[in-house]
Design a binder for this molecule. Sequence first.
Ligand code: GDG
Length: 492
Amino acid sequence: MWTKKDLQQLIKNNMGDYLFIVVSNRQPYVNVFKKGKMVCQRGAGGVVTALDPVMQACNGLWVAYGNGEADKKASDKYGKIKVPPDKQNYMLKRVWLTKEQENGYYYGYSNEALWPLCHMAFQRPIFRKEDWDYYKTVNEKFAKTIIEEVGDKKAFVWIQDYHLCLLPKYLKEMAPNQLIIAHFWHIPWPNYDAFRICPQRKDLLESMLSSDLLGFHIRYHCDSFLDAIDREVESKIDRERFSVVRNNHETLIRPYPISVDFEGINELVNSKEVAEAEKAIKEEFDLSGLKVLLGLDRIDYTKGIPERLLAIDKLLENHPDLKEKIVFLQMGELSRIHIAKYKDLNDEINALVEQINWKHSTENWKPIVFVRRHMSLEELLAFYRIGDICLVSSLHDGMNLVAKEFIASRTDESGVLVLSQFTGAARELADATLINPYDCEQFSEGIYAALTMPAEEQKKRMKKMREITQSNNIFRWAGKVISELLKFEFRE
Ligand code: GDG
């Protein structure tokens, strides 16, 4: 089993004098003002959890967009700041963007074109020429920033996600022999019929082939990527080796399923802080005596939140005896709210919650509690513990970490995961109750099966899923990518 220490050791033993650079849109640490004071907060999520210790072990460099309100004040004149605040053992270099650049590159091309293009959620992508121009400008800006830092050294660069698709091409053009590049794609890769509508598809694919290693969550996404290459780019595809050779350069395509810090969650979940948070949540929402169904998502149209609400509605229609016995507690953080579709989704959810609660509520009870707020990590783990069932109903999802966090939090091996078959996580977590979020009847019966599942069966399934999540943990994800990356040799 991979641990944080193994990962640090791998880097210490093999990185030598080479630089290790991580590039992402989102930063690992953000500076904000709290009660008039400047504070430095660690970002949430798997990538930071896995790569922060790696960076600490190798004095690496992390390049990201500086979006925090106090970022400029906290950084030096080059946009640099040593992090973490207490140890200061690696460098974060912030890239500054104008409002127009953020709009075109982040909200526009990344999230109104690429995000809907890659997720089969029947949301039409919008390809605006101005957004594409900003996307190119910003990717080039990231590239120049990295090259400035590299100087005449050699570096391993690990790029994260769909915001920085053109970065491999710019980097290799600027420094052909100094960089070995890995790119991890955190969202699904669509099938060719969906992908081919993208006017910039050739530029995207050709740039991605400038990487040495390209990672997706599951094999199916690797296959879809190779199909796109087959149709669009003149190259030699080796389906056995999962590699593409173009202009004498080989790119390896590999599946690396991302995960969570299983051991870290297991330690923290039994702490005093989590126990206190658990008590507070139970009191706040008056959950005693009720079976609790949980939902937790960024509010995004790919996560199937309306479908989940409709399944609860159907469940109560088909099984009215469940009234006053269950409650569905959904937590949702607002996301990308500047984009019209996200605002509409929010309104749609409000209307559905209102309607379903009105339809089924009794004098002392309503079936749905919908809360929009950000939770601390302790609250998050407490939240996973108070439920009997966790509902993950994405219409399409690269992996879905909520599912894995729920599993990791259930140290007593109780609880049922109801999981969409369209998540990457469904490949590993086959002992979940798998549902199709588009099939309201089947989804609601899945919830009913979960509610009535005998304790012994729950335990059997949860145990298996915990074993899988423990061994396929976040450090394994990072360790596998970095081990492969370290096998490449620099060109002379
Ligand atoms: C993309 C892909 C892939 C949410 N609310 C709070 C909070 N969260 C955390 C969860 C979880 C994370 O946000 C959401 O991760 P997901 O994997 O579910 O989804 P995306 O944001 O869409 O991520 C996805 C992922 O990249 C990684 O590759 O799995 O498929 O779409 O970790 O816990 N965390 C805290 N408070 C909250 O209120 N602390």
